[in-house]
Design a protein around this ligand. Structure first.
Ligand SMILES: *Cc1c(COP(=O)(O)O)cnc(C)c1O
Length: 222
């Protein structure tokens, strides 16, 4: 049952670790059940699905876009999105800033760090992240607030590998905070861990976990 899973997770997660209920591909009725059990933060991967669900849910829901975001779609979510979690280029950050300005908001963002072994098109490597921040243009973007880092570990049963990747993310997070955000307390979020690895992520310092399957069951990809 969705409500039981939510309550169990709320009890299980240590103070200071936020639960993002990843509701992609699940119907609004399922989100409502999670909401009624006390869940307020929901994560969606696709702009179209997020935009369709948002008006059907209570207005105090906090919506996180956790999937890859194309620049031409930022405008659809800028008016209401609580956090954009997977910012993987300066170009995207600029566009979020531009669209946030238009609607008079400052949008919290996380920078996506690529630590997994799998080849992925998305996310900064630690070196790329450092180079982007060192270059400094981001400081002029007044309508985005860079709040931390999000990452995904390799999809593998090798828990030692997963743990090493989370440790690298934590290390990169701490270094980045020290070097670029020492005077911005809002840089404090480390989003890592999903259904199969959130416990390891918490042990390695996650402040946000993104859990879908454990709450809502298997997704039906239609
Ligand atoms: C789908 C998804 C999740 C949740 O995955 P589960 O294995 O269902 O918990 C978390 N993060 C991202 C980026 C996702 O796309």
């Amino acid at each position: 049952m969705i409500s039981e899973q939510i309550k169990k997770l709320h009890k299980e997660l240590p103070a200071g670790v936020e639960l993002i209920a990843v509701s992609k591909f699940h119907p609004v009725e399922d989100l409502r059940e999670a909401y009624d059990a006390g869940q307020r933060i929901f994560g969606e991967n696709h702009v179209q699905e997020l935009v369709a669900k948002q008006p059907q849910m209570p207005s105090d829901v906090k919506w996180h876009l956790i999937g890859h975001l194309q620049t031409n779609k930022v405008k659809y979510i800028a008016p209401f999105v609580t956090m954009i979690q997977a910012v993987d280029s300066l170009k995207l950050l600029r566009e979020i800033d531009k669209q946030a300005k238009k609607v008079g908001r400052v949008i919290p963002c996380l920078l996506e760090l690529h630590v997994a072994q799998e080849e992925s098109k998305f996310g900064f490597s630690p070196d790329e992240l450092h180079a982007m921040l060192a270059e400094g243009e981001w400081k002029a973007l007044t309508n985005v607030s860079i709040c931390g880092i999000m990452t995904m570990a390799s999809f593998t049963d090798d828990t030692a590998q997963v743990r090493r990747e989370f440790q690298l993310a934590r290390h990169t997070f701490e270094q980045t905070r020290k070097e670029f955000f020492s005077d911005s307390p809002s840089f404090c979020k480390l989003s890592m861990g999903m259904t199969h690895d959130y416990q390891i992520a918490i042990e390695e310092g996650a402040t946000m976990v993104r859990v879908g399957t454990k709450i809502f069951g298997e997704r039906q990809y239609k």
